[in-house]
Write a protein that binds this ligand. Structure first.
Ligand SMILES: [Zn+2]
Length: 171
C-alpha cells in the first residue's frame, strides 16, 4: 500500500514539475514575443554620386514611422540635385535593434551596389563635403579602409570620390 502511495505521489510530483516547466517556458516566450514584432516604416535612400548634396547624404538610411524618432518623411526632392527615394518596408524589431535594413542594395552612379559598399562610399562623400580642406586626395583617402570596397567597384568608387574631391576643392 505504501509503495502504491509513493508511486502515486511521484506521478503527481512529476506532473506538477512538468506543468510548472511549461508555465515557465510559456512565460519566457511571451517575454520574447514583443521583440520579434514586425514594424512598418519608410526608409529614405539617397542616390550616391559625386555631386549628391550634403543634406541627402545625411538623410540616407533614416527611417520614418510611428515607432521611430522621425514620424513623417520629408517632402522630396530635398533640393535641386536630390535623387532620394523613399521605400515602404517591414522590419523585424531585430533589424531595428541591430541597425540592419531589409534593403540589401543601394542605388548609385556605379549601379546597384551592396549596402556595405554604399555606407563606405557615403561616408567618404560626406567627409569630402565636411572636412577635405588643405589635404591632397591621397592624404584624405588614407583615413578610409578602401580595401573594404568590393573589388569589382573599388576603382570606380575611388574615381567617383576623386571627382567629388576635386569639385569640392574648386568651390
Ligand atoms: Zn535628397
Amino acid at each position: 500500500m505504501l509503495k502504491l502511495f509513493i508511486a502515486a505521489l511521484s506521478v503527481a510530483l512529476l506532473y506538477w514539475l512538468w506543468h510548472k516547466k511549461n508555465q515557465i517556458f510559456s512565460k519566457r516566450n511571451n517575454k520574447v514575443d514583443p521583440f520579434i514584432t514586425t514594424i512598418e516604416a519608410i526608409e529614405l535612400q539617397t542616390f550616391l554620386d559625386w555631386d549628391t548634396p550634403q543634406l541627402c547624404l545625411e538623410s540616407d538610411g533614416i527611417r520614418y514611422g510611428k515607432q521611430f524618432k522621425h514620424k513623417l518623411p520629408p517632402d522630396l526632392p530635398h533640393e535641386s540635385r536630390c535623387r532620394c527615394e523613399v521605400t515602404k518596408l517591414f522590419y523585424t524589431s531585430d533589424d531595428v535593434f541591430q541597425g540592419t535594413s531589409p534593403i540589401l542594395t543601394h542605388k548609385s552612379a556605379l549601379g546597384e551596389i551592396s549596402s556595405k559598399d554604399a555606407l563606405l562610399l557615403k561616408n567618404i562623400l560626406l567627409k569630402i563635403i565636411t572636412d577635405s580642406k588643405e589635404k591632397s586626395f591621397t592624404d584624405f583617402l588614407a583615413q578610409f579602409e578602401l580595401n573594404s570596397f568590393s573589388a569589382d567597384i573599388r576603382t570606380q568608387a575611388i574615381s567617383l570620390a576623386e571627382k567629388a574631391f576635386q569639385s569640392a576643392d574648386n568651390k
